[in-house]
Design a protein around this ligand. Structure first.
Ligand code: DC
Length: 235
């Protein structure tokens, strides 16, 4: 019976939104609460960026797109097993690069990589394959619009830009990579612009997405809301 089948497969949950809206935290906690797989697609774009940096594909800030495209097949991505209270780590050709991909160098270059259509095609194919197995929470920018357009639950996360900047500022401080608040604000605004105006798969809020604005609500309340939506849809 189809209802039994969909129950055993669980549901697919897409979480999209601007950067520093707490997407990854919500997606990870939601996956944990449901015993689903959590896939951070931003980590995949970051990992390709890290690899390109290591290969010297950025010269004076300029990305050698042709070379990256020609060598994409050499990049094999995996996620480690999830451990209690810890998101899975991303592996590039077997090497754990979770810490490296979170640094300022990768953050400053990843938009240049994420706008290359061949890179998106390469990663989206892998993401679709993972999603097809079901019981998954995937976060990114194009999950509901491109990767899982028929996801049972689509969440669009947003928050007041000032709150996002404050969170980002604290996150960087916590990592010992403090930046002046003005720079953090400018950085976020630049990323929003790049994410939403990119020619290939820009960040959009799809029509059937449920909006989670977390400007004023706690982490616990967000999770409770998302869990309620997931249960209503058969999780
Ligand atoms: O979510 P994040 O900050 O880790 O994302 C890193 C970059 O990758 C950001 O510039 C947006 C881009 N990205 C994307 O284009 N599509 C996705 N599905 C996920 C991230």
């Amino acid at each position: 019976m189809s209802s039994e089948k969909s129950h055993s497969k669980g549901i697919r949950i897409a979480v999209d939104g601007y950067s520093s809206t707490g997407k990854s935290t919500l997606a990870r906690e939601l996956a944990q609460a449901l015993s689903y797989r959590y896939i951070d697609t931003g980590a995949m774009y970051r990992a390709v960026t890290y690899w390109a940096l290591k290969q010297g594909l950025f010269k004076e800030g300029h990305l050698d797109e042709a070379k990256l495209i020609a060598e994409l097949a050499l990049i094999s991505l995996d996620f480690s097993e999830a451990k209690a209270n810890q998101a899975p780590h991303i592996l590039v050709n077997g090497q754990d690069v979770e810490r490296e991909i979170r640094g300022a160098e990768v953050a400053g270059k990843v938009s240049l990589v994420a706008r290359v259509s061949a890179v998106r095609k390469y990663l989206v194919a892998q993401q679709k394959e993972i999603a097809a197995k079901g019981k998954v929470v995937m976060d990114g920018r194009d999950i509901a619009s491109v990767v899982i357009p028929d996801a049972e639950l689509k969440i669009f996360m947003t928050a007041d830009p000032e709150i996002r900047a404050q969170r980002r500022f604290e996150e960087l401080e916590g990592k010992g990579q403090s930046q002046p608040m003005k720079e953090v604000r400018e950085n976020l605004a630049a990323r929003d612009l790049l994410d939403t105006t990119r020619a290939d798969s820009p960040l959009i809020q799809v029509e059937d997405a449920l909006v989670l604005d977390n400007t004023k609500i706690s982490r616990e309340a967000q999770l409770a809301k998302a869990l309620e939506w997931a249960k209503e849809r058969g999780a």
